[in-house]
Design a binder for this molecule. Structure first.
Ligand code: LLP
Length: 422
């Protein structure tokens, strides 16, 4: 569902005018729709339930406690990659037994805290981590339930910075070395192998890389079983792409088609399945609201300078990502557009939200909504140029609430310490 639409000439989030949020909360601000979050979760979880599969929300995509709470209340577990995310998931009410700990570089203290919390499963990504986890579990006198994340060497055909399932990526254990790693795990007193995991990348738009990976893992699973390992769980990771550019032919696969493929490829395998969606649940449930500071006509193009910048939303700069940008005040039908760069105030040419974008005329004081800013947006923000972190707002029907206030300049600057000897 798209909760952000024009009503009577102005964009709303559900039943709240974005103009009102801008006036009351200020800009830049992230605005999320609870109805959209819930609809996204329900669509995914209903399809997963038909396979008896569990859904662990990848909280890195949007780790605001209110967002995690919304999914947790609908039955989601969590996929976490740091002790910080562990604490967030627990604070939001996700039970430890529904938390899976992934990540390529967990530290002993993080593993310790996760074991003490009794998380469901730790997805191990290297032999060194097997040794480390065995040692930590031994110190605590416990046994850690683990899956090994296997790197199937499949091209997910996504942006190079977010593909994770190829040999040259740092993630998982190379499929050719996996049997050996499982043997190593089995020799450890404080580890209990329960399954296998994969995650091949993000913003994946076609089913084929998933199908290829599952087939490869299936072959491996029979070898592992014949080696005497228990592979009861198969964690298929996340990566499901969303539409960022609505006027293009960018079309992700439907969840139903994905689940049908998974059902077919895992038939008779005898593994409990789980998924770790992030972006698909939150991406299109949020916008970044900004205000035009000034318009600067240049020789080559027009620059629209807005108060949202690469520190708020780094995806265009980092991944050449496209985000649709729309004026909050609906342009008249047939409005003339011109080629525009929408840029922030930061002192870098890389600071842009859109390049060469056809936009209807914008003037100082106009509001814009940068769409699809629910995932990997607020969570990737920084304070570069001493710009405070933007607030996050959650809309529910007619009401809204600030779910993270704007950081104040005092908080930001006050965090620094000047040594007494300076
Ligand atoms: N599971 C694991 C182990 C992951 O590393 C990730 C994401 C997910 C699940 C969730 O993937 P999703 O369903 O959201 O695609 N910052 C980048 C995306 C990085 C994804 C990292 N891993 C972006 O803005 O596009």
């Amino acid at each position: 569902m798209d909760a952000f639409m024009y009503r009577d000439g102005a964009m709303v989030a559900e039943n709240v005018a974005l103009e009102r949020i801008a006036r009351e909360v200020g800009t830049p601000a992230f605005v999320y729709s609870l109805a959209a979050l819930r609809a996204n979760y329900r669509a995914f979880a209903t399809a997963a339930a038909a396979l008896n599969a569990e859904v662990h929300y990848a909280v890195k995509a949007n780790s605001n406690l209110a967002v995690i709470r919304a999914f947790g209340a609908l039955g989601a577990g969590a996929d976490i990659v740091s002790v910080g995310e562990l604490r967030r998931a627990l604070a939001a009410g996700i039970e430890a037994r529904n938390i899976v700990f992934s990540g390529v570089g967990k530290k002993p203290a993080e593993l310790r805290e996760a074991l003490q919390a009794n998380v469901r499963q730790i997805n191990v990504e290297s032999r060194a981590e097997l040794d480390m986890l065995d040692a930590v579990a031994g110190e605590l006198g416990r046994t850690a339930e683990i899956a090994i994340r296997v790197n199937p060497d499949v091209d997910a055909r996504t942006h190079a910075k977010i593909t994770t399932g190829r040999k040259e990526n740092k993630f998982g254990i190379d499929i050719d070395l996996a049997r050996d790693a499982y043997g190593h795990a089995a020799s450890k007193r404080h580890l209990r192998v329960v399954g296998i995991a994969m995650h091949i990348g993000s913003q994946i738009l076609s089913l084929e890389p998933y199908r290829d990976s599952i087939r490869k893992l299936r072959g491996l699973i029979s070898e592992l079983r014949s080696d005497g390992h228990r592979i009861d769980r198969l964690d298929l990771g996340g990566g499901y792409g969303i539409v960022y550019r609505r006027d293009s032919n960018e079309r992700p696969f439907a969840v139903a088609d994905y689940m049908a493929m998974v059902r077919q490829e895992t038939a008779g395998l005898g593994c409990a399945l789980s998924f770790e969606p992030g972006r698909a649940l939150v991406g299109n449930a949020g916008v970044l609201l900004g205000e035009v500071i000034l318009v600067k006509p240049g020789a080559a193009r027009t620059f629209v300078v807005v108060d949202a910048a690469m520190n708020d939303l780094i995806r265009p700069t980092l991944y050449e990502a496209w985000h649709d940008i729309v004026p909050v005040c609906e342009p008249p039908a047939g409005a003339i557009t011109s080629t525009t760069d929408i840029v922030g105030p930061i002192c870098e040419s890389g600071d842009y939200l859109a390049k060469d974008r056809a936009m209807s005329p914008l003037a100082a004081g106009d509001l814009i909504a940068v769409k699809s800013a629910g995932a990997y947006s607020a969570v990737m923000a920084s304070t570069y140029n001493t710009r405070p972190l933007a607030p996050e707002v959650l809309v529910d029907g007619e009401r809204y609430e600030v779910i993270r206030p704007r950081q104040s300049l005092d908080e930001l600057i006050g965090a620094d310490r000047i040594p007494a000897w300076l």
